[in-house]
Design a protein around this ligand. Sequence first.
Ligand SMILES: *Cc1c(COP(=O)(O)O)cnc(C)c1O
Length: 424
Amino acid sequence: MNNHEWFARARAVMPGGVNSPVRAFLAVGGKPLYIARAGGAWIEDVNGNRYVDLVSSWGPLILGHAHPEVVEAVREAAGLGLTYGACHENEVRLAEAIRRAMPHIEKARLVSSGTEAAMSVARLARAATGRDAIVKFRGGYHGHGDCFLIDAGSGALTFGTPSSPGVTRASAAETMVAEYNAPESVRSILAANPGRVAAVFVEPAAGNMGVVPPAAGFLEELRDLTERHGTLLVFDEVITGFRIARGGAVERYGVRPDLAVLGKIVGGGMPLAAFGGRADLMDMLAPEGGVYQAGTLSGNPVSCVAGLKTLEILERDNPYAALERKADRLERAIAEAMRKTGFPSTVNRVGSMYTLFFGIKRAPDFRAASVADAALYADYHAKMLASGVYLPPSQFEACFLSTAFGAAEADRFLDAHEKAVGEL
Ligand SMILES: *Cc1c(COP(=O)(O)O)cnc(C)c1O
């Protein structure tokens, strides 16, 4: 059976044929590939086609697919039992490894997905402050918890509206939506709602509107504003943690949140996420405190080993400077090829994550990024795929480089890129 046959079969038994919507390729008008195997920077579909992979499972695979040391550790752990529902050594080691890289995460709780981690932080922040409201940014993503599936309301200072059917008006009535890289939008929301906002959630470097780095002073101003209003600052580092530096955005930008959400890399490719931060806040969680939070598979022993081995390799090899150089070279080459075409475009990059936006010359915020030319991107995406490069099936996502992305992969990528943009 080929890709198309599998997709037809999938659609009969799974909504849209997928287990997560973006995988259906709707935003680029194509059809999904069925992946048979992956190794290093490459994936192979059931038709036997090989692709240089810049999706990297949406971020976790900073060491590339099936890193031999990670796979070996997982094999060994699996043989010792897939889940215990009880305490084990490697969950302690993983929490310690997180704290070594991110000293502001004094205590952590391990969960199974970024969505679960962000939802748990919202509850904890509400409990800690005795307030109900949450502020998030337009174009920011914190998983699919009800309080995050909210669009901006009619006016900047009003509460939001549900962005999905099934999210109640009551949920929307507790979330306000600010503008990323516009601290004045947060200032006015906090000023207009004194004593009501529990937490401001932010992707410190945005990844889910396409990559948009924080403007100079933006995170500092969020820190200052939240402190003055008794509001907690939450960094959603599900993408940026262990990606843009080992210590994530906190290391890279020097601003410290009260609480942080981790996922993706921290699980080393297995289903594992975490949240953590100030010990006084984290100790409000059950059983130490009264805020309920639990999970049958939380701290799963096999997932913990994948995460721990990944963090240990990052600590041992410190690949960040090399990743930065590699990504910088790629960014320049991509931009140079675009310049020759005469199409307006811009590349936003933070470390080893980047987005090439079509049709716009700058993307400093969500407003600018959101009008990028998605149709042109779809065309580019299809041409890249035909040349053996697997890109995110949406203009508004990030490409991720891994340590496995070497000179051969860069050549393959740039040949495909020059050809694709030459034919747009
Ligand atoms: C992926 C992501 C999440 C959600 O994580 P899942 O594991 O997919 O639930 C939350 N926040 C950010 C910033 C993400 O990129």
